[in-house]
Design a protein around this ligand. Structure first.
Ligand SMILES: NC(=O)C1=CN([C@@H]2O[C@H](COP(=O)(O)OP(=O)(O)OC[C@H]3O[C@@H](n4cnc5c(N)ncnc54)[C@H](O)[C@@H]3O)[C@@H](O)[C@H]2O)C=CC1
Ligand SMILES: O=C(O)C(=O)Cc1ccc(O)cc1
Length: 565
């Protein structure tokens, strides 16, 4: 095979500077070239004299913002393809070992370095003169020539020692970390765990423009990692920088960008893609890998999103080559996502294989019997939690959708991290006990499903046609008809499983059936006064506030669907 030519990476000098170290970390095999200024570095990159450029874009102590705008207005070609994050350890150096910090009259350093240790300087040297320099090499030579007893220098310890200085104090800017952008010629390919950086053109003023732009990401479940805005110095128009999770090749990301350009800003190429790169993750994470038992629609839906969070995801089922037993030995969290009616059996079969220190999370529509089984069948050191997502696999995102979380006394850090994943994606989380969840699902699922199926049976038995339903629909009968349509348009197994749920949900449907009989009996006997009294009594329980809010929603539906009726 022909040997690959050695890659040349340009960065900010002098050699062994922080940026130099970042470039070396990015590709230890590359040849490094140091440039004294960003301008020279970018010019060399644009001219093709170097293959890649590594330069600082953000420091935890300097704050963000201006860097992106200024920098990317100078970069005309190439892409942001990767990042290197380095802790910055700054020290104070002096020219003679006997010099005490109190004796110093002047401090010498690069501008960015002074910004990072502003707190230290104002605390320790409130009256000192600061000389910020672009080229430390040159400045040090000059100071040395003048005799430099009262001058201190701030930089990394390696750099100070390399210049023959003595360290007077270390760690003068704790928690300082710098993020370096790596620029390359080709857009980075998707890795499955990426971010995309975008910069708008200067935009014309419009009320709600920023909200509308960000809304396009939110609607598609795309998390925004960073956002800043600035007024373009020339036109004084707003420019927005957005860094969002995902790759430009993802359908959701491409859709958001197209919509923003076409509909929100109304101008082609109003969003400039700066690049895509593997996500820079600063949060502490406990879960590394998750494994599903069940390879159905809901497992696939969650698996895709968990992979996008950087977790390793394994899928197992009755027919997969990878057996659940093997998977369980490998992962931190086991997710059981099989039909409700077989969830407890599945937990009985596999729960005992889960080792202490791991978690079992049930993604299921029934809580009481499944959680009891999980607590019984797993070792005491295994976390147990149930999540019931109240949306189906057709949903584009979990933003603003209800999720019920049933924690147990054995829900710990893995459970909390899974919850944080739901929270991050915008799910509206509700906490229930297992019994309360099951009772409420009688209202949320079992009863409307039972009504839907019984309604469709009634239509068939009475030979009522689809056209007749549409022609005789009222604003009130619309709702059960829509529910009937939903329940008969999707996977029948989902609804058969809901109708077969055990536990408290059954009480709801049985009580309903009894009450239906009672109401009908009153109607048959034309007990109008009593029926009015009953409705008044119901109103009291429902409360005026609830009725008012829901009625407002119903009117909004009327506006949209009124024409169809
Ligand atoms: N589909 C939906 O709209 C929603 C489903 N859920 C919950 O997600 C869970 C899974 O539902 P879906 O993925 O929709 O179902 P699905 O029918 O698409 O997939 C079920 C999976 O379980 C496997 N399976 C079936 N019988 C099994 C058995 N006896 N032993 C082992 N595995 C078996 C199937 O092969 C399939 O891989 C359920 O507990 C349901 O309550 C929650 C919210 C919405
Ligand atoms: O039709 C519905 O109600 C849905 O939107 C999908 C659904 C099905 C099963 C669940 O456990 C939760 C939600």
């Amino acid at each position: 095979m022909p040997e690959q030519p050695q890659m040349i990476i340009g960065t900010l000098g002098p050699s062994h500077s922080h940026a130099w170290q970042a470039a070396a970390l990015h590709d230890p095999a590359a040849e490094l070239k140091a440039f004294p200024h960003t301008n020279g570095l970018l010019a060399a990159f644009a001219a093709g004299a170097i293959d890649r450029a590594v330069l600082p874009v953000y420091n935890t102590r300097e704050g963000s913002g201006t860097q992106y705008f200024g920098l990317f207005s100078q970069i005309k070609a190439g892409w942001w393809i990767d990042n290197v994050v380095l802790p910055v350890s700054l020290s104070l150096g002096v020219f003679t070992p006997s010099t005490q910090p109190e004796e110093l009259k002047t401090l010498l350093g690069r501008r960015a370095v002074f910004r990072q240790c502003e707190e230290y300087i104002s605390r320790t040297f409130p009256d000192i003169a600061l000389t910020s320099v672009a080229d430390l090499d040159l400045a040090l030579a000059r100071v040395r020539a003048q005799g430099a007893h009262s001058c201190g220098v701030i930089d990394t310890a390696e750099m100070l020692l390399a210049y023959g200085l003595h360290i007077a104090e270390r760690e003068v800017a704790p928690h300082s970390r710098t993020r370096y952008a790596v620029l390359g010629r080709k857009l980075a390919r998707p890795t499955g765990y990426d971010s995309t950086a975008l910069l708008t053109k200067p935009l014309d003023d419009r009320v709600g423009l920023l909200v509308d732009i960000l809304g396009e990401f939110a609607r598609r479940g795309i998390n925004i990692l960073d956002m800043s805005s600035e007024n373009d110095p020339q036109t004084q128009k707003l420019q927005i920088y957005v860094e969002a999770e995902g790759h430009i090749e993802d359908e959701a990301m491409a859709g958001a960008i197209a919509q923003i350009e076409e509909r929100i800003v109304g101008q082609k190429h109003s969003l400039r893609l700066l690049g895509c790169f593997p996500r820079v993750d600063m949060r502490p994470k406990h879960i590394r890998s998750v494994g599903f038992i069940g390879t159905g629609d809901m497992s696939a839906w969650f698996a895709e999103r968990l992979e996008n969070e950087g977790y390793r995801v394994f899928m197992t089922g009755r027919n997969t080559e990878l057996r659940p037993e093997q998977m369980i030995a490998e992962v931190d969290v086991v997710l059981v996502c099989v039909p409700i009616s077989v969830t407890a059996d599945t937990v009985r079969q596999y729960g005992p294989l889960i080792a202490d220190g791991k978690a079992l999370i049930l993604l299921a529509g029934e809580a009481d019997s499944t959680i009891s089984t999980a607590l019984e069948c797993t070792s005491k050191g295994v976390e147990v939690m149930l999540v019931h997502n109240l949306w189906g696999p057709a949903a584009a995102a979990m933003k603003d959708k209800n999720a019920v979380v049933v924690r147990t006394r054995r829900s710990g850090k893995f459970s909390s991290e899974f919850e944080a994943f739901l929270y991050k994606h915008g799910a509206s989380i509700h906490y229930d006990s297992a019994l309360r969840h099951d009772l409420l699902m009688g209202i949320g699922q079992k009863l409307p499903t039972a009504v839907s199926v019984a309604l469709a049976m009634t239509l068939a038995e009475n030979q009522i046609t689809a056209d007749e339903i549409a022609g005789h629909c009222t604003l009130t009968s619309l709702y059960p008809i829509l529910a009937m349509a939903r329940a008969h348009s999707q996977n029948p197994r989902t609804y058969a499983e809901i109708l077969s749920m055990r536990g408290e949900s059954g009480k709801i449907v049985r009580d309903f059936a009894l009450n239906l009989e009672r109401v009908m009996a009153m109607g048959d006997k034309a007990k109008i006064q009593e029926l009015c009294g009953l409705i008044e009594q119901n109103r009291k329980h429902l409360t005026e506030r609830f009725l008012q809010n829901r009625m407002d929603q119903a009117k909004a539906v009327d506006k949209v669907l009124g024409a169809m009726i």
